[in-house]
Design a protein. Structure first.
Length: 66
């Protein structure tokens, strides 16, 4: 599943407010524990970071003449 920044924001907001139910894009998810939410937040953040770094990868070739 591809996560978005909005998914991460919704989860962060729920964690900060102490709520274990998250509603986003018409879906409602209830988590068992805050620990489960924290693990998911870390996974989403890692996936988003990996995706953004893949998009920004650029190859630079240097050429030197004597």
């Amino acid at each position: 599943m591809a996560y978005t920044g909005a998914d991460l924001d919704a989860l962060d907001t729920a964690i900060k407010s102490g709520v274990k139910k998250v509603k986003h894009n018409g879906r409602e998810v209830e988590y068992h524990s805050v620990d489960e939410m924290l693990r998911l937040r870390d996974r989403i953040a890692a996936e988003l970071l990996k995706g953004s770094s893949a998009e920004r990868t650029r190859v630079t070739r240097l050429r030197f003449n004597r």
